[in-house]
Design a protein around this ligand. Structure first.
Ligand SMILES: Cc1ncc(COP(=O)(O)O)c(C=O)c1O
Length: 421
């Protein structure tokens, strides 16, 4: 019998014919000349020497080209086509959730997931300010009021002990974020939500592939959203999804497709937030390399921890603590410096050396200028403290060992200089 062409595991219609070309910790140059990695940095055209905070993972070129050939021939580019449907099924299995509704991006996934609950205008949603501004925008754009809850110092997730004091007769939901992919205290949040009959919508934009207490992270709460933006652990170029129940899936379908049920029947007033077929194919391709992606990221995370051990012992650097029973995705490598001045000094020094970490998340969303001073008085001491001291360091699968060492040495050198002054 002839040997079969290698096919993708777990039943994908896509086959792979070469290895992913971005293994970490190897020596070949991996950044194509002239490529623009500007999506996550202020630098528009970083040089090959520059080290950005992240770098998009892509399947080998030939794999993607082969995968899009049938699509090219079919001319069926969107409208919940074959690849959209296939990716939904594959992600339901991978994320261990009942249903997955694919969206054009994570923000629309969140905005529409909130909309699906039909909360009365002006209702209050208890949320975290230690996040990307999308979380807060999604609430306000639904004509709801964000009520900011402080976070835990240990890992920046919502502090469940602070939720109850914020509940009023207008509270309808809790919207926590698994920030950096670190699981929230889902059990305590569930208890408060049940006591006050609140919905729980998780922003799991950072948490693709995370498991907590043996369950897929998207299986907690009434709904969870994921981002598949190019800078995330798993990307569909732009994209996102809502993980939800069967009944919510139907609502999400209407909301992302103008409320159209069939050619002559528009059941509700929906938006247009469908994922297109090119993105879905990118997602199917990237899924094949995900385990390797996570392994390589895990190795970088391990080296950072090993190398920074001495600084942590001396109290010069603090790492976030990861809840027990977490299967991680190593989406970010956030570190805390002693204070804002030291953080900014290290950040500035790294930039001068062509290393571009990010102050995720600074300032906290509640203090962003677009909201005026509306939330200035909110009691958010811990979130503000973390935000003033945090820096996320470069982590991505194709980060080479010498690049990683450059980052580590630069941080160490600057902290030693601070200490000796
Ligand atoms: C916490 C959080 N929520 C929501 C989003 C929005 O996702 P997207 O960029 O896919 O729209 C992001 C994006 O980075 C995010 O970090």
């Amino acid at each position: 019998m002839q040997e079969e062409e290698p096919t993708c595991p777990a039943g994908s219609s896509l086959s792979q014919n070469s290895e992913r070309q971005n293994p970490a910790l190897i020596d070949e140059p991996t950044c194509p000349a002239g490529s623009s990695l500007s999506q996550n940095s202020e630098r528009q055209n970083p040089s090959l020497e520059d080290i950005m905070v992240t770098r998009s993972s892509m399947p080998p070129y030939e794999v993607f080209i082969k995968a899009i050939k049938p699509l090219w021939d079919s001319h069926w580019l969107t409208n919940m086509g074959k690849y959209h449907q296939e990716l939904e099924k594959r992600l339901e299995a991978y994320l261990c959730v009942p249903r997955v509704s694919l969206m054009v991006n994570g923000h629309m996934a969140l905005e529409l997931a909130i909309q699906a609950f039909h909360f009365p205008e002006g209702s209050e949603v208890i949320t975290t300010p230690f996040t990307f501004v999308s979380t807060t925008h999604a609430i306000i754009r639904n004509h709801l009021r964000p009520v900011f809850c402080d976070v835990k110092y240990s890992n920046g997730t919502m502090d469940p002990d602070r939720i109850e004091e914020l509940i009023t007769d207008k509270t309808v939901a809790i919207l926590p974020v698994h920030v950096y992919g670190y699981p929230c205290d889902t059990e305590s949040i569930r208890r408060v939500a049940e006591k006050y009959r609140l919905k729980v919508i998780y922003d799991a934009a950072h948490a693709f592939g995370v498991k907590y207490k043996g369950a897929g992270i998207g299986s907690y709460g009434d709904a969870s959203i994921f981002s598949f933006h190019a800078t995330k652990v798993y990307n569909t170029i732009e994209g996102g999804a809502v993980a939800c129940s069967d009944s919510l899936y139907e609502k999400m379908y209407d909301l992302k497709n103008f409320g159209i049920r069939d050619e002559e029947h528009v059941a509700s007033i929906g938006a247009n937030a469908k994922m297109n077929e090119f993105s879905a194919i990118m997602g199917l391709c990237n899924l094949e390399y995900l385990e390797e992606e996570l392994r390589l990221r895990g190795e970088i995370d391990r080296i950072y921890r090993e190398e920074f051990h001495g600084l942590v012992e001396k109290g010069l650097l603090t790492l976030f603590s990861i809840p027990e029973e977490t299967k991680r995705n190593y989406a970010y490598f956030p570190v805390l410096f002693q204070n804002e001045a030291v953080r900014d000094r290290v950040c500035g020094k790294l930039r001068k050396q062509g290393i571009y970490p990010r102050k995720y998340f600074y300032p906290i969303t509640a203090d962003q200028e677009c909201f005026g001073n509306a939330y200035q008085d909110a009691s958010l001491a811990c979130a503000r403290e973390l935000s003033s001291r945090v820096l996320t360091l470069p982590i991505y699968a194709s980060l080479k060992k010498e690049q990683l060492i450059r980052v580590i040495n630069a941080v160490k050198a600057e902290l030693m200089a601070v200490q000796s002054q």
